[in-house]
Design a protein around this ligand. Structure first.
Ligand SMILES: Cc1cc2nc3c(=O)[nH]c(=O)nc-3n(C[C@H](O)[C@H](O)[C@H](O)COP(=O)(O)OP(=O)(O)OC[C@H]3O[C@@H](n4cnc5c(N)ncnc54)[C@H](O)[C@@H]3O)c2cc1C
Length: 259
């Protein structure tokens, strides 16, 4: 392995790109590699916010912002002390991307297109000489006595790294993370769903892309309708012939409905 220190980032999504760009730009001389198991980069960013990408929220009180994430507010609060909504706006502004706020506080690029964010990430990665390998998954890893990582990849090759950052996104089952728990001391907690997509062919929601409104949700089997008065949103996206409907429902207030 060369003398140059190498950071390998697992996952070519928003978290992977954002980490890669900042690492490369803040730690000059660090070699940065992103590994993405599919052939698509930033695919969730493309569909996020109804295709407009809700980048951040116009809330500059870290505690208040964190309180909107009931299952991780403590962890997020410490992150927000490092980097918060104001820093996000500034980060994009330094890269000539203006974020605008809607009346409910959600902030989108002023182009109203998630492509703006995708292009920014791709351009910054290119400028910073970040190597991107697609179609390659990390399947297992180990560490040598001196702390170097040996990464085993799906193409049967190995890669050495000084630092390893896992930004592999959310998955529905703990078994999806077995490649981490099988080869390290980390334990994986059972994942819980939060934001998800419905796949509805011939959806009646076609044409409602990006619409946000308060919603009342009635679940069969439960004897009451839960209304989240502050932040329910309904956005619909259509990619190709498949309609995705996303309900950003914060259900944590109700024990019966949290799962
Ligand atoms: C419909 C919808 C709308 C959304 N809208 C918004 C929004 O407007 N604003 C917002 O902030 N958030 C939104 N979100 C949530 C947001 O998309 C996600 O929180 C965010 O994209 C997660 O980014 P990530 O990088 O953590 O994970 P991901 O985008 O899931 O990226 C992880 C990547 O890692 C890859 N990977 C996994 N395992 C391996 C492996 N072993 N080796 C190599 N690669 C691997 C995966 O293929 C994937 O590409 C939305 C989500 C959905 C579903």
């Amino acid at each position: 392995m060369s003398e140059k220190k190498r950071l390998v980032i697992v996952g070519g999504g928003a978290a992977g790109f954002f980490s890669a760009i900042n690492a490369a730009q803040l730690a000059l001389g660090l070699e940065v590699i992103i590994l993405e198991k599919t052939h698509k980069l930033l695919s969730k960013v493309r569909i996020s916010g109804g295709g407009r990408c809700n980048v951040t929220h116009q809330c500059f009180d870290n505690k208040l912002l964190a309180a909107n994430y009931p299952r991780g507010n403590k962890e997020l609060l410490s992150c927000f002390h490092q980097f918060n909504a104001a820093d996000t706006i500034e980060w994009f502004s330094q890269r000539n991307i203006k974020l605008k706020a809607e009346p409910d506080g959600r902030m989108f690029p002023d182009t109203d297109s998630s492509e703006t964010i995708i292009n920014c990430f791709l351009e910054e990665a290119n400028k910073s000489d970040i190597t991107i390998k697609t179609g390659v998954a990390l399947t297992a890893y180990s560490q040598t006595k001196d702390g170097q990582f040996i990464l085993h990849l799906s193409d049967k090759t190995t890669l050495h790294a000084t630092f390893l950052l896992i930004a592999s996104g959310g998955h529905p089952a703990a078994s999806s993370y077995s490649w981490i728990s099988n080869t390290s001391n980390h334990t994986i907690l059972n994942p819980t769903p939060s934001l998800f997509t419905f796949n509805i062919p011939n959806s009646p929601f076609k044409g409602l892309e990006g619409v946000a409104t308060e919603v009342v949700l009635t679940l069969p089997g439960y004897n009451r309708a839960e209304q989240d008065s502050t932040n329910h949103s309904l956005g619909a996206e259509r990619s190709g012939s498949v309609a995705h409907v996303c309900m950003g429902c914060r259900m944590a207030k109700s024990k019966e409905l949290s799962y």
